[in-house]
Design a protein. Structure first.
Length: 468
C-alpha cells in the first residue's frame, strides 16, 4: 500500500494541475459515485447488516437512498452552483463587475464515524467532489465490513489521481492529521473533534466538525401519548439508538410520564414483537466496548421498559428508564444506544431552563398540539436543528442545512450547503483601467468635499441613484 505522504503528494499535484476543476470532470466523479451505489447495493446492505445488523429497510432509508439523492441533486445543480454569483454594488463600483467565485479549497480530508458508515462518508464526499476538490477519505475502522467495501470498491469508480481511501484507527489518523490539508470535514465525537481541530490549527486549516451530544425531547401535557410514543420510539430505537440526532431523553411532567410508559411499551411491542431480540428490524451494538458502556447505563434510575441484554450478540433491548437523577451517567453523556431516560419537569419554562443549562444540542424536539408551545421551545432554546412533533425528519429536507452549534459542532452540509462548505467563496471585483479622473477623488490632497462624495458613492444603498 502507498504511504499516506506519497498519496497526499500525488493528489496535491493533480489538484495543482487543475484536473478537478472542469464541470465535466466533477460530473463524471459524481456519476461514478452513483454507479458505485447502484452496482454494489447488495454488498453495501450486507456490510451494514454485518457491522450493525442494520435491516435492509433502514439501510435503504438512511444510507443508500440518501446518498443517491445527494448525488442526483448535485448532478442536477452542478453548473448552477458553480456559476459566479453576482452581488449588489454601490455607486462607486457601478461600472465594475462584482461577484463571488466558488473555488475548490484543494486537498480535502473527510473523516467518518461508524454509525451510518455509508451515508456519513459519501454525503460529504458528494459536496467535496462537486466543489472540485481532491479528496482523502478516512472511513471508520470500527464498521470494518463497510470500511472494506469502501476501500476496495469505491476507488474503482473514481479518478484515483484525485481521490484516495486511507485506512486506520486513532493512531494512523493522528499521523495523517500531521499533514497539511486545505479543508478537514470531521464527523464523530466531541472528544476526537477537539483533537482534529487542534491538529488543523497547526496548519490554519478550516474545519467542519459534525459532533454529537444529548438531544432533548420535550413532551407537553396536551399530546396524545400514543402518537408521541410511536414517533419517539421509532427515532430512538432506529439503528439500535446509534444515531447522533436521536432523541436522547424525554422531558415531561410526571402525569405525562404515566401516560407515556404504557404507550412506549405498546409501540415497542408492535414494532419489534414480544422479544425484540428476535426481530429482524432491530439492530445490534457496534462493538464490545460500546456494549459494555451501554450496559453500565442500564444501571441508572429504574428500568420501566426493556432492560435485557445479551453480550454474545451485543444486544440491548429497547429500554425506557425513569427516576433518573441528573447527576447519573445516563444524563451526563450522549447515550448512543437503545435507552431512553424520562426526566420530569413541572412546566414548559422548567423544561426550557433544563435545556439551556446544558451544552447546545445537535437536535431538539418538542411535541405539543399547540403550535404556540412548540414555537416557545424553538424561540427559547438553541440547537443545530429542530423538529416540532417528530424525530429527525428535518434531515430529510436537503434544502435545510445540517450541522451543530456550540459543543455539537460547527459548519453545515447537505444539498447546496455541502457544495458551499467545500468551496472557498472568493470575493472578486473587476474594474476598468479608465475613468481615472473620477477615481482621483480618493487621492490626496484630501478634502472634506471629496470625502462626502466618496462616502455617498460607497454606500451600497446608493446604487439605485438616479444620476446613473
Ligand atoms: P469517534 O470520534 O470515536 O471517531 C470518528 C472518526 O475519528 C473515526 O474515523 C476514527 O477512526 C477517528 N478517530 C478516533 N480517535 C481518533 C484520534 N484519537 N485521533 C484522530 N482520529 C481519531 O466517533 P465514533 O465513535 O465513530 O462516532 C460516534 C460519535 O459521532 C458520537 O458522538 C456521535 O454523536 C457522533 N456523530 C455525529 C454525527 C453528526 O452528523 N453530527 C453523525 C454521526 C455520529
Amino acid at each position: 500500500m502507498e504511504p499516506p505522504e506519497d498519496t497526499l503528494r500525488r493528489l496535491r499535484e493533480a489538484f495543482r494541475a487543475g484536473r478537478t476543476r472542469p464541470a465535466e470532470f466533477r460530473a463524471a466523479q459524481l456519476e461514478g459515485l452513483g454507479r458505485f451505489l447502484r452496482d454494489n447495493k447488495q454488498l453495501l446492505q450486507d456490510a451494514l447488516a454485518q457491522d450493525l445488523r442494520k435491516s435492509a429497510f433502514e439501510a435503504e432509508l438512511s444510507e443508500i437512498s440518501i446518498s443517491q439523492g445527494e448525488v442526483k441533486l448535485a448532478l442536477r445543480n452542478l453548473r448552477a452552483w458553480m456559476k459566479d454569483e453576482k452581488v449588489p454594488k454601490n455607486l462607486a463600483t457601478q461600472l465594475d463587475s462584482a461577484f463571488i467565485r466558488k473555488e475548490p479549497f484543494g486537498l480535502v480530508l473527510i473523516i467518518a464515524p461508524w454509525n451510518y458508515p455509508l451515508n456519513l462518508t459519501l454525503v460529504p464526499l458528494v459536496g467535496a467532489l462537486a466543489a472540485g476538490n481532491c479528496v482523502v477519505l478516512k472511513p471508520s475502522e470500527i464498521s470494518k465490513h463497510m470500511e472494506k467495501v469502501l476501500a476496495e470498491l469505491l476507488p474503482r469508480y473514481l479518478d484515483q489521481s484525485c481521490f484516495a481511501v486511507v485506512l486506520g484507527g486513532p493512531q494512523e489518523t493522528g499521523q495523517l492529521l500531521e499533514n497539511k490539508f486545505d479543508y478537514i470535514f470531521f464527523t464523530g465525537s466531541p472528544r476526537v473533534g477537539k483533537i482534529v481541530m487542534a491538529a488543523a490549527a497547526k496548519h490554519l486549516t478550516p474545519v467542519t466538525l459534525e459532533l454529537g451530544g444529548k438531544n432533548p425531547c420535550y413532551v407537553h401535557d396536551d399530546c396524545n401519548p400514543q402518537t408521541v410514543a410511536n414517533r419517539v420510539a421509532w427515532f430512538r430505537y432506529f439503528n439500535a439508538g446509534q444515531t447522533c440526532v436521536a432523541p436522547d431523553y424525554v422531558l415531561c411532567s410526571p402525569e405525562m410520564q404515566e401516560r407515556l410508559l404504557p404507550a412506549l411499551q405498546d409501540a415497542i411491542t408492535r414494532f419489534y414483537g414480544d422479544d425484540p431480540r428476535c426481530s429482524p428490524d432491530f439492530g445490534r451494538i457496534i462493538s464490545e466496548k460500546h456494549f459494555q458502556r451501554l450496559q453500565g447505563l442500564l444501571g441508572c434510575g429504574r428500568v420501566a421498559v426493556g432492560g435485557q441484554s445479551d453480550a454474545r450478540e451485543r444486544y440491548i433491548a429497547p429500554t425506557v428508564l425513569v427516576d433518573v437523577q441528573e447527576t447519573e451517567l445516563v444524563m451526563q453523556e450522549e447515550i448512543f444506544g437503545p435507552i431512553l431516560p424520562i426526566v420530569n419537569v413541572r412546566s414548559l419554562d422548567e423544561a426550557i431552563d433544563f435545556i439551556n443549562q446544558r451544552e447546545k444540542p445537535l437536535a431538539l424536539y418538542a411535541f405539543s398540539n399547540s403550535s404556540q408551545v412548540v414555537k416557545r421551545v424553538l424561540a427559547g432554546t438553541s440547537s443545530g436543528g429542530f423538529c416540532g412533533n417528530d424525530g429527525f425528519m428535518h434531515l430529510s429536507v436537503n434544502s435545510l442545512p445540517f450541522g451543530g452549534v456550540g459543543a455539537s459542532g460547527m459548519g453545515r452540509y447537505h444539498g447546496k450547503f455541502s457544495f458551499d462548505t467545500f468551496s472557498h467563496h472568493r470575493a472578486c471585483l473587476l474594474r476598468p483601467l479608465g475613468l481615472e479622473k473620477i477615481y482621483a477623488l480618493r487621492y490626496p490632497p484630501y478634502s472634506p468635499r471629496n470625502l462626502r462624495l466618496l462616502l455617498t458613492a460607497m454606500d451600497v444603498r446608493s446604487c439605485s441613484c438616479t444620476l446613473l
